[in-house]
Design a protein around this ligand. Structure first.
Ligand code: T3D
Length: 266
């Protein structure tokens, strides 16, 4: 039996997705990309899933686009004039949209290497933990490509334009510890603690008011392209939505009754 490209399980309200092409550092081919996209979209449809945890099998998180497949596709596209942009749109843009527009928290655990689209897939997630000794690298310039998978959007916003420019142009490796220190990711932890901590965070998120977290994500998605007035207006509108959830009613009732809340994600 062939191993699945993406290992999926649901436990404690968390959909765990493990990229599983360890022999090629979980580099992404079209089949893996399609499975990952389907899984992320299914997380949207299933109310029992209240958080997602993304990680990689073997010694690294993800080495980006499968370059063997890319070379073959580039050969074909020379014939059809399609261009790599078609792959980017079909594969990575869809994955980034699926992560960002999923109104549930997505946690990412980075160990070993996260290169190219692999690094930027991680940066698209909501809460990113990395092993202190992990390596994140904008590998694109080494092979004459531009940073895709939302990299030119996320990285300057996370670390500022001067650092993002240098990291992208020089393709310098950044450790998990350095990435946390410069605000690229949430936290770096000793590698042996990575999966435990990421799982704990995802499980905790899955017990929280899912709609409220999803609405927070909706506001954060629009924040960097919006002015203060626009954002204040959006907060008022979205707060009305949050105020109509069962979890808001439960949160207030639990506070007044001096007990722990039991959030159901609705
Ligand atoms: O469609 C498009 O092309 C547009 C979209 C582009 C998005 C992108 O992601 S572009 C960037 C693609 N990724 C890279 O350029 C990274 C390529 N990989 C590396 O530079 C190195 O492998 C690493 C620095 C990530 C890790 O180095 P190391 O020494 O730890 O491992 P290794 O020996 O290089 O790799 C282990 C195996 O994985 C090896 O196979 P082998 O020799 O054992 O049979 C290697 O060929 C394979 N591998 C690693 N990365 C890729 C890969 N195979 C296919 N595609 C890869 N990206």
């Amino acid at each position: 039996m062939t191993a699945p490209l993406l290992i999926q399980s649901i436990e404690h309200g968390v959909l765990t997705l493990v990229l599983n092409r360890p022999n090629v550092l979980n580099s992404v081919n079209s089949a893996l990309s399609a499975e990952l996209l389907a899984a992320l979209l299914s997380a949207k449809a299933h109310p029992e899933i209240r958080a997602v945890l993304l990680s990689g099998a073997g010694r690294g998180f993800c080495a980006g686009q499968d370059l063997e497949e890319a070379a073959e596709l580039a050969r074909q596209s020379e014939l059809t004039n399609a261009g790599l942009g078609e792959i980017v749109e079909r594969s990575y843009n869809q994955l980034v949209r699926a992560i960002r527009y999923l109104e549930k928290p997505v946690v990412c655990a980075v160990h070993g290497v996260a290169a190219g689209a692999g690094a930027n897939l991680a940066l698209a997630c909501d809460i990113v933990l990395a092993a202190e000794d992990a390596t994140l690298v904008q590998a694109f310039s080494k092979i004459g490509l531009i940073p895709d998978t939302g990299g030119t959007f996320f990285l300057p916003r996370l670390v500022g334009l001067p650092r993002a420019t240098a990291l992208m142009m020089l393709a310098e490796k950044v450790s998990g510890a350095q990435a946390a220190a410069m605000g690229m990711i949430y936290r770096a932890v000793p590698s042996e603690q990575l999966l435990g901590e990421a799982t704990q965070i995802a499980r905790r998120l899955a017990t929280m008011p899912t709609r409220g977290l999803g609405l927070t994500k909706r506001l954060l998605n629009r924040a960097s392209g919006s002015d203060l007035e626009g954002q204040l207006e959006a907060e008022a509108k979205v707060q009305s939505e949050a105020g109509m959830t069962a979890d808001f009613r439960e949160g207030v009732a639990a506070f007044l009754e001096k007990r722990s809340p039991n959030f159901v994600g609705k």
